[in-house]
Design a protein. Sequence first.
Length: 78
Amino acid sequence: MWLLNSSIGKKLIMSVSGLFLVLFLLFHLSMNVAAAFSGEAYNMICSLLGANWYAVAATLVLAAGVVIHFCVCCSPYT
């Protein structure tokens, strides 16, 4: 597979997974900013992100993104 065997492919994987992790951080930043301005808005966001199936799925996707990012980062470039 060219993505894993070439340095360009590995850099592409690193950039996409890194962008994913940055978007995750920006999402949590926006939640905390909402808490600074309105407790009611923060409570509404938290109720939407409770233990629902999409929150659990997003947690699994985030964990997979971190693992992929670290595995590609630690592998030597060809």
